[in-house]
Design a protein around this ligand. Structure first.
Ligand code: AHR
Length: 515
């Protein structure tokens, strides 16, 4: 049996009693304090494979329904899950992207080679204005990642000025010539990406200096105050976090610190198939994805030392499952299918981000369409909503809601001599006091009878219960077929006074709305 806590908040509640039995959750709605930013439900789209080209952007005379070459079906699907932000143009691509190549008349834009991703020719037809048009159609915040690796301070500074200034200047005049009178007012800026790796192989100390310099020249214009996201660590690279946090000048150069952690079932040379896997593979995937909690906790502890008021956000701007590419597809395009296993991974990570919402202010799944753990896959004019898509849909209830602290004791899910807790949860309180409990059963074989007690309430009323599950661990949604994985209603939940009993099927995700 494992007992877990949403620790930080127990200090506030002063609540001391542990759950009395196995498989029990105790919720403390009266102690809810911290907002779960909707930006935790953000997305990431890079010039990589068929994410931008084919995923969002279609050919000039395409028969696929579009608005100014942006796919209508993809926009509609993403609007249904209210994506709050979109990070662009990379990833590794960001540090070789020169934004001025992607503005002005399209037939005059230079081409380049996308050296990171398949060595394909990038024609720059999708550039800054096209990206901002996409964000406006999606009604979401743009998150632009600037080029520190191979760019210049001047280039990044001019990009900010071009987009955000309303003064008269060569940059703002250029923007007006390109059809945009008003400043766009882009708030979120990444100052480089993975600069310890594909973004320039810098040391933490060297990057910290560069960050200070870049940040001085990426200015605030008018009312728009930039939210600068510094390149942060990967996995357990705690030295990077310490270096960026310990010095006040460096710390004052950013508002958010990024963290990248991908769930890789095997090693980088053999990650394993997205659809063809064993129970041992499923278990390892879950075990590795749970490491996200440890990484966030330990990076947060370092941040807490220097920023106890939590003014800096931890921005998990790349996360998700990274499998081997689908057989027969370009290895540089990172195209992978998406199964119920991916849905469970999404549920666990989103629960983790919710539970750390006092520090985690934004997260971006990699990547929105046709790359890595996508919410959407396309093939020509066809579109598929993946199991991961349905988790984002189910978890919309947590957008900007208030985290409800809890204690949980869960039985273990064990394979060979390894064990993890079978049940993983988060809970929030939204409008009109409605509470939303999201639970994932990581055990693919055994259902669990969970008891949930709501402290401080004499009785509760359950108004809806939804479930995501399927007949097999590797069920997926495929082109031209009925969906194997989506959201259904569920009724195996019983209420008595302030206590729920939930019969959670194996390999399932459940959302309970109650008040
Ligand atoms: O998402 C794919 C790549 O993974 C990104 O370009 C890079 O930042 C990370 O290594």
């Amino acid at each position: 049996m494992k007992t877990n806590f949403v620790l930080a908040f127990l200090m506030i509640t002063g609540a001391s009693s542990l759950p009395a039995q196995d498989n029990q959750i105790v919720l403390y709605p009266d102690s809810a304090r911290h907002e779960i930013s909707r930006h935790i439900y953000g997305h990431f789209s890079e010039h990589l494979g068929r994410c931008i080209y084919g995923g969002f952007w279609v050919g000039e005379d395409s028969e696929i329904p579009n608005t100014g070459r942006i796919r209508t079906d993809v926009v509609e699907a993403l609007k249904e899950i209210a994506i709050p932000n979109l990070r662009w143009p990379g990833g590794c691509f960001a540090d070789e992207y020169h934004w001025m190549d992607g503005i002005g008349p399209r037939d005059k834009r230079p081409t380049m080679i996308n050296t990171h991703w398949g060595g394909v020719t990038e024609d720059n037809s999708f550039g800054t204005h096209e990206f901002l048009e996409l964000c406006s159609l999606l009604d979401c915040e743009p998150v632009i990642c600037g080029n520190m690796g191979s760019g210049t301070v001047r280039e990044m500074s001019q990009w900010v000025e071009y987009l955000n200034s309303d003064n008269i200047s060569p940059m703002t005049n250029l923007r007006r010539e390109n059809g945009q009178e008003q400043a766009f007012g882009v708030k979120y800026w990444g100052v480089g990406n993975e600069n310890w790796g594909c973004g320039g192989r810098m040391t933490a100390e060297y990057y910290a200096n560069e960050l200070r310099r870049y940040s001085v020249y990426c200015k605030n214009y008018g009312e728009n105050k930039l939210y600068r996201v510094a390149c942060g660590p990967y996995d357990e690279n705690y030295h990077w976090t310490e270096t960026l946090m310990k010095d006040a000048q460096t710390r004052n150069s950013f508002q958010g610190l990024s963290l990248h952690y991908y769930t890789v079932r095997g090693d980088w040379s053999s990650k394993g198939s997205a659809t063809d896997f064993s129970e041992a593979d499923w278990f390892t995937t879950m075990q590795k994805t749970l490491k996200m909690d440890e990484f966030i906790q330990k990076h947060s502890e370092i941040m807490d030392k220097y920023d106890p008021e939590k003014t800096k956000g931890l921005i998990v701007d790349e996360w998700g499952n990274w499998h081997d590419v689908e057989p027969g597809t370009n290895p540089g395009f990172l195209y992978q299918q998406n199964t119920l296993r991916d849905a469970l991974v999404a549920a666990v990570n989103l629960n983790i981000f919710n539970n750390h919402c006092d520090r985690v202010k934004m997260a971006n799944i990699a990547q929105t369409v046709n790359v890595l753990q996508s919410v959407i896959l396309t093939e020509g004019e066809q579109i598929v909503r993946t199991p991961t898509y349905y988790v984002f849909k189910m978890y919309m209830v947590h957008h900007d809601a208030t985290l409800v602290p809890y204690r949980i004791s869960s039985e273990d899910y064990s394979v060979d001599d390894q064990s993890i807790p079978a049940i993983h949860v988060s809970c929030s309180k939204g409008e009109y006091g409605k509470m939303h409990l999201t639970m994932a059963n990581l055990n693919p074989n055994i259902g669990t009878n969970m008891e949930c007690i709501v402290e401080g309430m004499e009785s509760i009323k359950v108004t809806s219960v939804e479930i995501i599950t399927a007949g097999s661990m590797n069920a997926f949604n495929d082109f031209g077929k009925n969906e194997a994985v989506n959201i259904r209603s569920f009724d195996d939940v019983f209420v008595k006074e302030n206590t729920l009993t939930i019969n959670m099927p194996p390999r399932s995700i459940i959302q309970i709305t109650m008040q």
